[in-house]
Design a binder for this molecule. Structure first.
Ligand SMILES: *[C@@H]1O[C@H](CO)[C@@H](O)[C@H](O)[C@H]1NC(C)=O
Ligand SMILES: *[C@@H]1O[C@H](CO)[C@@H](O)[C@H](O)[C@H]1NC(C)=O
Length: 790
């Protein structure tokens, strides 16, 4: 068809040549195409001057219309409607429009914005193989983004903002070898960002805000050129994206990110604009972000960041907008934020301000402990609600922010030149250099977590997801047992360490102040002779976000209970008398810590030989202590159990709380001596009486009552000492029971006597198996202890 009418256009062409000899001449087919485009776009005002005589190539460019020619072809075509044009009439067709564009074979740039284009983007778009830049923002394009677009191997910039595209981002889009700007803001795209993006090296700007995209982001850390990542208002998450260090603008606002900020954020030395507001971030806010060398804008509003700010913290001088509002921050606002006339927003935290903008300290304390863990199954419902709510709150702030992002995107080229001055190869070294150079102020560097003094990991909070992963969704194969206060599960953390997890169902009406005090106490239950707490996690009621289940994570102690080590023996070996005394000393030290090592002390710990665990070095650890969270329940139960002892003297009850544990410890000693499992209180009384009767007139214990496994290898004096302290501990009258210090002293004495006896007794079977120990002293408990434990 074009070929047939060719001579006619040659005529026109020659006329143009005659009239305006100095401009480049378009091929007639291209002129025809332009006129056709005018008709297909329904004669928009901006094209009103176009006619067959127009010299398209020398037409003066203006913001709404630009045609750029090279040799005899159009290479760039920019046509813009004004503002929001209504959709084109019914007889408009994208297919026809593109069929016309195919007649412009050298077209490198198409910008058709605000023209009321509607319909799907044709799949044949791949025929425009020279395309480098496409901007079709603010139209009514719908349907999926055709995957054929990934055949446009020269495409560098694709902008389809403010349309109605739906479906997924095509998998292969990330394989476009030159793509450096992708902007798909304000559409209805869903699904994840394809993995192919993780190798999209040239990508500089990725703007996907206001869609329904979701899921984990692919690893973007190798995108060393990525400077702008705008994911605002989607459902991405939960993990913070991993990014290259050149990021300049990072907007994660209003998504489903949770957990803490990774430490690398500290090394984003080019970061100017950070907006992570209205997610579910938890964990400590890094004050060092305030003094990143390039930072201008930070918003962390509407998360659950914790941590204490102090007046002396420093900020980057360039910082001009900081929004910390609606978090769980305590302490004082850094002076550097107040002093200069900076936009610093900080309401709805627990900072020490004199105004009414802050919440009570206890609120942050309680909420900080309940770090953003939501039941897995109900996850969708609750976060959806939250997102809606947040959406309303964040709407206004969002539009302001968007403006700023656009501003940054637009002025990117100049910034880019600046960045390129840094040679790429040295960037790693440069950043290391920065970290010491840029942060001379100690308050600006991230504090490293203090390691637990016990050789166990620091106390922390666990997410429900983490606990579910550790226990295989609380599978029965992980189930260890059930007590009156919930179930115990065995778990394996991601680093391979084993833990025991106790699940406690909580009643609804928890007094938040009490609750946070309880959790604080739990975090202190860390001692060499306790099965120590490693952390906690929560599950919430959906309606009011109060805690429904509490998970307490303990170290996993591997070597069985004290009972199994004396009755069955582990691997057939029953504990020797020396080892039994040593274990008993461990238990007493554990009790001592429970009673006096913290305020308020924990009493009535339901001590049982089956609740004492041994680790691989046979160190005794108490596993079932009176968890503060259960204190009230437990106390009643314990008092009921010990009613014969305590209830007779209710007024003095509190004075003798410690003696309940002494009594229970006596029962453990009884079992250590006799080797007989004691299952109930009656039995304890019976055996106690037997022991009493078996103390001979010469002050020794008759051996028939003593566990045969040890009776040949224990000294009379040590046996007698332990028996005596055991009987005193089992006194009916609490006041007649010895103090915990008294018990400890006697056991240490018994250990010393036994040790001397063992060293000089050639008949001892223990002798061969033990190295000759150095001299012992009563004053060196630890020393003694180490020796006693092989
Ligand atoms: C669409 O219809 C209008 C008249 O209703 C007409 O002027 C216009 O040329 C038509 N457009 C196309 C692309 O056929
Ligand atoms: C794309 O078009 C929009 C108009 O809708 C404009 O604001 C934007 O600056 C354009 N982008 C580029 C890179 O030309």
């Amino acid at each position: 068809m074009a070929v047939g009418s060719y001579p006619c256009y040659l005529l026109i062409l020659s006329m143009i040549l005659i009239i305006i000899p100095y401009t480049s001449q378009l091929q007639p087919s291209e002129i025809l195409s332009l006129l056709r485009i005018k008709r297909l776009l329904n004669y928009p005002p901006v094209l009103s001057s176009w006619n067959a005589d127009t010299d398209f190539c020398s037409y003066e460019a203006n913001p709404l219309l630009t045609v750029i020619c090279y040799e005899e072809s159009i290479t760039q075509l920019h046509i813009a409607g004004n503002g929001t044009s209504p959709p084109l009439p019914r007889n408009f067709s994208m297919t026809s429009l593109f069929a016309t564009l195919y007649q412009l074979p050298n077209l490198k740039v198409i910008s058709f914005t605000s023209l009321g284009l509607w319909g799907p983007l044709p799949r044949k778009i791949s025929r425009l193989s020279s395309l480098e830049i496409v901007n079709m923002s603010t139209n009514y394009l719908y349907g999926p983004i055709p995957k054929q677009i990934s055949k446009l191997i020269n495409l560098q910039t694709l902008i389809l903002d403010h349309n109605m595209f739906s479906g997924r981002i095509p998998d292969l889009l990330g394989e476009l070898p030159q793509l450096s700007v992708l902007s798909l803001k304000n559409n209805s795209l869903s699904g994840p960002l394809p993995d192919s993006f993780s190798s999209l090296k040239p990508l500089r700007v990725l703007a996907l805000s206001s869609n329904s995209l979701s899921g984990e982001l692919p690893d973007l850390s190798s995108l060393t050129n990525l400077q702008v990542l705008d994911l605002e208002n989607n459902y991405f998450g939960p993990r913070f994206p991993s990014l290259g260090r050149k990021i300049v603008i990072l907007v994660l606002k209003k998504n489903k990110f949770s957990g803490g900020l990774p430490a690398e954020v500290d090394t984003y030395y080019f970061l100017e604009h950070l907006d992570i507001s209205f997610n579910r971030f938890t964990g400590p806010f890094m004050p060092s972000l305030l003094c990143l060398p390039s930072i201008h804008y930070i918003s962390i509003a509407g998360n659950r960041f914790t941590g204490m700010l102090s007046q002396s913290m420093s900020c980057n001088d360039e910082l001009d907008y900081v929004d910390l509002s609606s978090n769980l921050l305590t302490g004082n606002l850094p002076t550097c934020l107040i002093s200069v006339s900076k936009n610093a927003l900080y309401s709805a935290n627990c900072l020490g301000m004199k105004d009414h903008s802050q919440r009570p300290f206890s609120f942050c304390q309680t909420q900080a402990l309940a770090v953003g863990i939501i039941p897995h199954k109900e996850h969708k419902v609750s976060t959806h609600k939250a997102t809606l709510m947040i959406g309303v709150i964040g709407g206004i702030a969002g539009s302001i922010c968007l403006g700023i992002v656009i501003f940054f995107v637009l002025r990117r080229p100049s910034r880019n030149q600046g960045l390129n001055k840094h040679p790429r190869s040295s960037s790693e070294h440069a950043s290391v250099g920065y970290s010491t150079q840029m942060f001379p102020d100690a308050s600006c560097t991230l504090q490293t977590m203090k390691l637990g003094a016990l050789g166990i990991s620091p106390y922390r909070s666990f997410s429900l997801e983490e606990l579910e992963a550790a226990t295989n969704n609380f599978d029965t194969s992980s189930f260890l047992g059930e007590g009156s206060h919930g179930q115990m599960y065995r778990g394996e953390l991601q680093d391979g360490s084993l833990v025991a997890i106790r699940c406690l169902k909580l009643k609804k009406a928890q007094n938040p102040q009490n609750f946070s005090r309880h959790i604080e106490l739990i975090s202190k239950l860390r001692h060499h002779h306790l099965v120590s707490t490693l952390g906690h996690g929560f599950e919430y009621y959906l309606d009011d976000s109060s805690v429904s289940r509490l998970f307490i994570v303990f170290e996993f102690v591997s070597n069985g209970t004290l009972r199994s080590n004396i009755s069955d023996g582990v691997a057939g070996e029953k504990l020797t008398w020396t080892q039994r005394i040593s274990a008993a000393i461990g238990v007493v030290k554990g009790i001592q810590f429970l009673h006096g090592g913290m305020v308020p002390g924990l009493f009535a710990n339901d001590l049982k030989i089956t609740n004492v665990m041994l680790d691989q070095h046979l160190v005794a650890k108490i596993s079932s202590y009176n968890l503060p969270i259960l204190a009230d329940d437990m106390k009643c139960e314990m008092l009921a159990r010990n009613s014969s002892i305590v209830s007779k003297e209710p007024n003095q009850r509190s004075n003798h709380m410690d003696k309940i544990d002494i009594h229970d410890f006596g029962v453990i000693l009884l079992e250590l001596i006799t080797g007989r499992p004691i299952m109930c209180n009656n039995e304890a009384d019976k055996i106690k009486n037997l022991l009493q009767e078996n103390i001979a007139s010469d002050g020794t214990v008759r051996r028939q009552l003593v566990d045969p496994a040890i009776s040949n290898a224990c000294s009379d004096e040590s046996l007698m000492t332990v028996a005596e302290i055991c009987l005193r501990s089992l006194s009916k009258e609490p006041t007649q029971r010895p103090s915990i210090e008294d018990v400890l002293w006697n056991l240490q004495f018994a250990a010393q006597v036994q040790e001397s006896w063992r060293r000089y007794s050639h008949s001892s079977e223990e002798l061969q198996s033990l190295p000759s120990p150095p001299a012992l002293s009563c004053h060196h408990h630890l020393h003694l202890h180490n020796i006693l434990i092989r």
